[in-house]
Design a protein around this ligand. Structure first.
Ligand code: NAD
Length: 268
């Protein structure tokens, strides 16, 4: 079940934004546990080195490279390096992303542009250079990471219009790309995380929200989810694993919301 033996996984954003388990790090480690050779790329060399160290310590294969996924030449070079090392790419995970606060009035234009690059262009460039490889192989599976921020607006939370818009774009990009490549043996799907307890919460959100009280923020986030708690990076990693496995061979052009019921609920 969910066996990836013999497959090569290119994971973009395979580090973590802080100590602990981010979505990309957990995904890289889980895909390796299931038998895939992992090629992990990240802007932060120390973060992806830690992921590689964990994978290696479990006896699995991982190569890494420092890559800015918003820069086409760097993505292209990484794909070529992955092919030189492992000979193929069966799985692409476009995990790079993150939010910046602001509404259309308060958000500087350059922040809007940077958010589009960070959340949407990274998935575009990953696909741009990996899909031709998968096409030559006649098979492949891609998973892009979106966010529930594009499905509903937090009632008393912060506004992040560029994040919402770019993550909605990730779902549309997924559906359109999937159909464009459906006859080539390539599947393209999207995982939509909800309110997750990843290092992002302590590392960035607590500061961005001004409170600097991470414990209060964690408690508030747990209470806000119908299932009674935030999810964690492994909940996302397992959804990615299912999509890239052969058990999901009839599933393409869709998305899976992993949010503990959050987007189905409404304020009473
Ligand atoms: N954490 C959450 O609560 C949450 C909720 C909804 C959606 N998501 C989405 O899940 C994904 C992962 O989020 P996460 O918080 O788990 O982060 P993460 O811990 O997986 O870290 C992301 C990694 O991407 C790297 N990175 C950043 N910019 C990069 C670039 N330009 N090129 C290459 N690498 C880059 C960072 O260095 C970091 O190691 C994102 O797309 C995010 O929007 C997260």
């Amino acid at each position: 079940m969910l066996d990836l033996t013999g497959k090569v996984a290119f994971v973009a954003g395979a580090g973590s934004v802080g100590e602990g388990w981010g979505n990309g790090k957990a995904t890289a480690v889980l895909l390796a546990r299931q038998g895939a050779k992992v090629y992990g790329v990240d802007l932060n060399p120390a973060a992806v080195a830690e992921t590689a160290q964990i994978i290696g310590s479990e006896g699995n294969a991982c190569a890494t490279r420092t890559v800015n996924m918003t820069v086409a030449a760097e993505v292209q070079a990484a794909v070529e390096d992955c092919l030189a090392r492992f000979g193929r790419i069966d799985i692409l995970v476009n995990n790079v992303g993150g939010s910046a606060p602001g509404d259309p009035v308060t958000m500087p234009e350059e922040v809007w542009d940077a958010q589009m690059d960070h959340n949407l262009k990274t998935a575009f460039l990953g696909c741009k250079y990996v899909l031709p490889v998968m096409e030559r192989q006649g098979a492949g599976a891609v998973v892009n990471l979106s966010s529930v921020a594009c499905l509903s607006h937090q009632v008393d939370g912060r506004t992040n219009v560029a994040y919402a818009a770019s993550k909605a774009g990730v779902i549309a990009f997924t559906r359109s790309t999937a159909i464009a490549f459906v006859k080539k043996g390539i599947r393209v799907n999207c995982v939509v995380p909800g309110t997750m307890h990843t290092p992002l919460v302590e590392h960035r959100l607590a500061k961005q929200l001004g409170a600097n009280d991470a414990a209060a923020l964690v408690a508030k986030r747990h209470a806000s989810v119908p299932i009674g708690r935030m999810g964690d990076a492994w909940d996302i990693a397992h959804a990615v694993l299912f999509f890239v496995s052969d058990e999901a061979k009839y599933i393409t052009a869709t998305h899976l919301v992993v949010d503990g019921g959050l987007t189905a609920a409404r304020p009473g």
